[in-house]
Design a protein around this ligand. Structure first.
Ligand SMILES: [Zn+2]
Length: 307
């Protein structure tokens, strides 16, 4: 008999107060259930007592019955959880296909089953019948090992994997980085809509800062000395000029404005009330910063560096 027939019981299950999931305690949890990860809006679990290896479940933390009950924020977070969990499951099991199921016919509190499907599995070429359990889906120790691999798989997904890590700073790496920020600015310049001034200022100023610092590194400044300039673009300009970068002694006005937004109190980075920021048109910034970085590049090469 389905849970629906007993209308009083079903109504109780639908309410948060009577929901068997919301009112679960460690004592009432299925004994073979294990937590893989506590995600954004779901608990990612697996139960040894199942009909197919690798079966996992994402259980919503808030009391939700239907997808349309989810707030915009929670539905986005839920999909993020599904992506994180399913990727780990695919990587750990090498499944040929994943199945995603939301039913809630017995317990209506929203949960999604994740099934890794394999060639030759018990239900190949068809849907899974979760009622057709075998006495033992996992061999001894197999389920525990699966849980551990899943935990690691989830961690891998959460941990950012930088593609380049450079502990040693150099004129070459700084100039390359400066050009990267300029490239981002160039892409924005070609965008159909103007970006906010603060975002433009941030990219422009950082490109200038590390471009000038690249020159100073080339002439022998060490990391500590370069760092001591902070985000003061005017100071960086003057130091570079005094040490041989062929630019005017006094930076242009737009450059000074940019420096005041880039340096303390960092108005380009942190919004404050009643603060406005005016920056030159992006095309002009791209042209002028590009010119300066080209000059820095030439001076670095003239002094034996590589760019
Ligand atoms: Zn509930």
């Amino acid at each position: 008999m389905s849970s629906w027939v007993d209308s009083a019981k079903w109504a109780k299950y639908l309410s948060k107060e009577g929901c068997p999931v919301c009112n679960q305690t460690p004592e009432t949890r299925p004994p073979a259930e294990r937590l893989i990860a506590d995600l954004r809006v779901t608990r990612f679990i697996a139960d040894r007592d199942t009909c197919l290896k690798g079966h996992c479940c994402l259980v919503l933390k808030p009391h939700v019955i239907e997808i349309y009950d989810l707030s915009d924020e929670d539905s986005t977070a839920f999909m993020c959880d599904v992506r994180v969990a399913s990727l780990a499951l695919k990587n750990v099991t090498g499944a040929v296909k994943l199945n995603y199921e939301i039913h809630g016919n017995t317990i209506p509190h929203m949960h999604m089953h994740l099934w890794p499907r394999q060639i030759g599995d018990r239900f190949e070429n068809g849907p899974i019948d979760w009622r057709s359990k075998t006495p033992k889906t996992y061999e001894d120790g197999e389920f525990e090992a699966f849980i551990e691999r899943m935990k690691t798989g989830i961690l891998d997904r959460f941990t950012a994997k930088p593609t380049v890590i450079s502990h040693k700073i150099s004129s070459t790496s700084f100039l390359r980085h400066a050009r990267g920020f300029l490239e981002a600015l160039r892409l924005l310049a070609a965008a159909p809509k103007s970006p906010p001034a603060a975002a433009t200022a941030l990219l422009a100023a950082h490109s200038l800062e590390i471009g000038l610092k690249a020159f100073l590194l080339q002439i022998g400044w060490d990391e500590k000395r370069v760092k001591s300039l902070g985000h003061d673009l005017v100071k960086a300009w003057r130091c570079a000029q005094q040490n041989g970068l062929p630019v005017a002694a006094d930076p242009p006005r737009w450059y000074k404005t940019l420096s005041s937004a880039h340096d303390k109190p960092f108005i380009a980075r942190y919004a404050r009330n009643n603060t406005g920021l005016v920056v030159p048109a992006i095309a002009e910034l791209v042209r002028d910063i590009g010119g300066l970085l080209d000059q820095v590049g030439r001076e670095i090469v003239n002094r034996g560096g590589t760019v």
